[in-house]
Write a protein that binds this ligand. Sequence first.
Ligand code: KG4
Ligand code: ZN
Length: 384
Amino acid sequence: MYTLTIETTCDETSLTLTSKTKSGLFVHSHLVLSQAQKHAEYGGVFPNVAKREHAKNLIPLLIQLIKDAKADLQKIEIQKETISELKEVLQREPELFVHLAMLLKSGFFIPLEKIVVVSGPGLDPAVWVGVNFAKSLAKITKAPIVPVNHMEGHIFSTLLKGDNPYTVVKPELPSMALLISGGHTQLVLIRDFGDYKIIGETLDDAVGEAFDKVARMLDLHYPGGPEISKLAKEARKKNIKLETKFPRPILKEGYDFSFSGLKTAVKYFVDDLKKQNKLTKEKKLAIAREFEDAVAEVLSVKLTKASEEFKAQSIIVGGGVSANSHIAETIKKNIKKNMYKAPANLTGDNALMSAVAEFAYPHCQIDVNELKSDPNWSIETVKS
Ligand code: KG4
Ligand code: ZN
């Protein structure tokens, strides 16, 4: 029997098949399909495009997942009423319904003991696709549904240890987590697994969003984080610096973040250079470096202060932006505590991180008819 985990909260469609074994979490297969290319022309994630792509890709991804896992399928009998129920659940995802109905025609399905679904926070239309998919699979297999919080998944992506089967490390507690992604920037105090307190968060743009917007100003592709990071690295190697210093917004005031002022400062600076026809390649390198320095300084100063005040025994850095090596190095230089960070393949959104959260400690199950998207689900209200 397998646990299937479903992630569709943003622009990655991801599924994983796992089992709990005596020696840890065995990952049979794990797939992540990025839609980044589809969103590139909008310079950010477009919710309805994300929804459409998830609905289109879930069944092909599930088929591949089963193949990769070499999973033994089980004979199933589907009643006519179940098909009607599926049609109702998937009325907003008709393409997904057609794909699923076709798959069921084989008369075989994967035996599931649990369905983990990331039901928030995220983009509501995108989250709903995963939620409705989970509901449909629960109706087919009668497996229980466990909703997992996306931000909690980012925390657990940093705690995997060993090789397949994996174990989960318990960080020294309390731990201070900095969660940085395209949708969130949060400082979360971890008192125990399942016991979280948000210490600070962004008042406007998320840090990944700021990277993406600045990248757009510099005519770079979406997602902008890795692009900016590449230029900044080159600038450091060539010792190219900007003569201007960008602001470090609310650096010394509390634990909340604000990146919109920094983004606007970069915009004025870039607009000015564009007007004068002086936005050279060298200038772009220097801007990327200064922007990345400003972000890294703000994140590291606030994380240091929070971990001291709350007597954190370890720190965790998770989320898509944690792939940024300059940010990670700046934090490491300033904080002399054990730091947990996800491996490169798990920094971005993926289903495995939430499978790990459920493996680490049991989460609350929910009745299939009560499951819904919770686009603003706070990590503080996670229930075990
Ligand atoms: O966690 P994630 O995959 O999705 C959300 O939950 O939002 O994070 C995506 C974000 C994007 O904004 C992307 O530009 C940013 O992570 N990102 C980076 C880097 N790699 C991805 N930002 C800065 N430096 C990177 N190397
Ligand atoms: Zn994320």
